[in-house]
Design a binder for this molecule. Structure first.
Ligand code: IPM
Ligand code: MG
Length: 372
């Protein structure tokens, strides 16, 4: 294993650069105080890359992403880019990174911090202490399946009409590898996986259920596996979220379920994610870390954004890319401390008040809590 820790930072658009600036403070703290050997490079993705180069991700940046231990990404997109051609929309840059790095396992933990339980749209008693992990397949399914496109409708009688086509397609191998990732993670948690699909209406759902069960029966029979239709799963998630430990699901259902799970915890500004692929030659997995929230163009540039999701994404990088579990625990504890002290960015400001802080003050407080 290389003794250096190489990072590529892609702040992206909207609030991305603001929240990433706070992550850089945290990285600097670990370099200085824990002698962690980070080497940092910077690049562009999304609209900011389109503005500079006419593409949401250049081949050079793609190659750089393939060469580092971990990519840290802020957020992509914004209304300024709404009318661009589909192929150069900001999101295409992110999707290209996921696909070409083959980051098939997307980990989206939804934890409810005690200090924030009243911010959830659900009752405190339903969400207090909540700790679930969504494992979303990220490189296949309807996001990437072919045929796809918008074509002239060939149906006689519909001349002049069009058809929009996307394809939900999963292979056994794609399902098995992400299922293994979910079972491995469950083994380090409460030992339960609930797999969600629509086997009642989709063949890809039937295959998903069968392959997940196969991996379970042959390799992980000590884990408790259950299956739910995704619509019921989403309903159960808002009815009684604490019944879940790890939720395993496909790309599209995972997109929906993870936004809902995020809101359970009070603010989208709190939730990190890790997207992991196969191990590289140095033993570390291909990896990209990003907050679940988007680029929030409405508040960009005003110092209002909450940097915690991005900082917690870096904590996941410490844990999953660099096996620095203790440092990750320490960073997560620093975030808890600051929240318990009532330090609040605008999104976390509730009726009971608190100390209002800017994006950059929140970062400073978390760094101060690391030193305390
Ligand atoms: C997410 C986002 C992305 C997705 C968009 C920005 C392409 O919603 O990471 O959940 O749909 O996967
Ligand atoms: Mg989403």
């Amino acid at each position: 294993m290389s003794d250096r820790y190489s990072l590529l930072i892609l702040p992206g658009d909207g609030i991305g650069p603001e929240v990433m600036a706070e992550v850089v403070k945290v990285i600097d703290w670990f370099k200085t105080n824990r002698a962690m050997p980070f080497d940092i490079q910077h690049g562009l993705v999304g609209g900011s890359s389109y503005d500079a180069h006419g593409t949401p991700l250049t081949d050079e940046t793609m190659a750089l992403a393939q060469s580092v231990d971990a990519v840290l990404l802020g957020a992509v997109g914004g209304p300024k880019y709404d009318d661009l051609d589909f192929a150069v929309k900001p999101e295409r840059g992110l999707l290209r990174l996921r696909k070409e790095m083959d980051l098939f396992a997307n980990l989206r933990p939804a934890q409810c911090f005690d200090a924030l339980a009243d911010f959830s749209s659900l009752k405190r008693e339903v969400v207090a202490g909540l700790d679930i992990l969504i494992v979303r397949e990220l490189t296949s399914g309807v996001y990437f399946g072919t045929p796809r496109g918008i074509e002239a409708d060939p149906t006689p009688g519909n001349e002049g009409g069009r058809v929009g086509i996307n394809t939900q397609r999963y292979t056994s191998g794609e399902i098995r590898r992400v299922a293994r990732a979910a079972f491995e993670l469950a083994a380090k948690r409460r030992g339960k996986v609930c797999s969600m699909e629509k086997a009642n209406v989709m063949e890809s759902g039937i295959l998903w259920r069968e392959e997940t069960q196969w991996v379970h029966d042959n390799e992980y029979s000590q884990i408790e596996l259950s299956h739910m239709y995704a619509d019921n799963g989403l309903m159960q998630l808002v009815r009684k979220p604490a019944q879940f430990d790890v939720i395993l699901t496909d790309n599209l259902f995972g997109d929906l379920l993870s936004d809902a799970a995020a809101m359970l915890t009070g603010s989208l500004g709190m939730l990190p994610s890790a997207s992991l692929g196969a191990p590289m030659a140095n033993g570390r997995p291909k990896a990209l870390y990003e907050p679940v929230h988007g680029s929030a163009p409405d508040i960009a540039g005003q110092g209002k954004a909450n940097p915690i999701a991005c900082i917690l994404s870096f904590a996941m990088a410490l844990r999953y890319s660099f096996a620095e579990g203790k440092a990750a625990d320490q960073l997560e504890a620093a975030v808890q401390t600051v929240l318990a002290e009532g330090v609040r960015t605008a999104d976390l400001m509730g009726p009971e008040g608190g100390q209002p802080v800017s994006t950059s003050e929140m970062g400073d407080r978390i760094v101060a809590a690391l030193s305390a």
